[in-house]
Design a protein around this ligand. Sequence first.
Ligand code: NDP
Length: 459
Amino acid sequence: MIKKVLEFQFDLIVVGAGSGGLAAAKRAASYGAKVAIIEVNKVGGTCVIRGCVPKKLMVYAAKNKKNMTSSEGYGLKSEGVSFESDILLKNVREEVSRLSDLHKNSLEKLNVSIFEGLGRFISQNELEIICPKTNKILKKISSKKILISVGGKPKKLNIPGIGLAWTSDDIFELDRFPESILIVGGGYIACEFASIFSNLGTEVTQLIRGERLLNGFDEDLSSCLEESRAFSGISIIPKKQLQSIESINGDLESTLDSGDKIQTKNILIATGREPNLLPLNLEFLNLKMDGAYLDVDELNQTSNENIFAVGDIINRPNLTPVAIEQGRIFSDNFFNEKKRKVNYEYIPKAVFTIPEISTVGLSEERAKEIYSEKNIKIFKCKFTPMSNTFKDYKSKCMLKIVVNKLTDKVLGCHMFGETSSEIIQMVSISLNAGITKKEFDITMALHPTISEEFVTMYG
Ligand code: NDP
């Protein structure tokens, strides 16, 4: 009997044109693979359309305003500085569209077929593309391999009136910034938007269910951020939870579990994100799950040999550079016969508050848990950076090194202060290379900078 060889239209279908999907599609196409990509929204995904990029542009607006209005000591008059949020929001949207078009053009140059619509599995090698408005099937396409890279969506609290609140997705669609806002959550998104809004004139209250901001980060970083909040006018309500929301005379009234009521113009819920897998119709494929995430091996292969997954739908650090690396390496391995693996060690992270928080490696608390307190040495300094000398705003910066006493190996570096993300990105190279504290010590300082303190902390 002659075995029938299945003919597929594509070598690879990528479902979701975000950071991971775009990286994989472009890399596979560059190796000559016939690639299709399906996207229901604008090309670009969370990072480009409703995440890192528009957020960072707003951070620049907030930083510029802060500098303009707090530098009179440098002889700079701040009279007449005003902020028109509609101009910022319009410009941000235009920039996002420009970047989305650039990605689309580069896909087209690489002959990647772009399908607009919602991708839904009908077999392990086949998807139908659905029009999200009419629910009509627009097309069916098949491929030998399918990469799922649909990303995440904001989690919403299950409480009465939740429909009245925004998620971070809504912020980028606004015409103007609100007069006042309650931000629920103490993680990345909540802290970043609290900084953006408060520095641009919105009255901000931040509600956190625990005792501190940014759980899981080195506790000194959280404390520095909390101290700096005193300068920015954000009021933090700890150890309380939102129970319900009501609209009263054009305001939103939040009732907390303590019975307290807070009135603000708007509410932002930033209580985490979750994989956006539901529209894919995956159930019949019985893919192995890892909680809410798709379970994958180190080659990003799911429990089905034809189906792969990258980005925020798998249980790895949900960060843009990680998704890009996963996407590229997937295509290197399966379309160019390379044998690469993603390096998940020493991933640098930043929270773009003002000032910003950056970190790589183990926090003091985690290092002590793993290696025992007696084997850990901490080097730390906290001071007013020279850039704040003549400013009204005197928040301090903090640098910290976590060292294994037995091996002298640097386990973690943490920094609170302006441009800390740029500094920690470079420090992460040395941690990946296995640097010891002695090597920090014999490195010459560059003066006068903030980061020179990383090489001058002896003890
Ligand atoms: P995070 O996981 O960072 O923070 C979630 C926050 O919500 C925590 O403070 C958590 O509290 C709180 N929370 C969770 N559930 C509830 C609840 N039921 N009631 C009250 N509070 C609750 O999520 P984000 O939404 O801020 O960000 C999502 C992800 O997006 C991040 O983890 C990160 O991967 C990515 N991201 C990265 C950025 C960057 O790199 N700069 C910027 C923005 C997002 P608790 O601490 O007590 O659990």
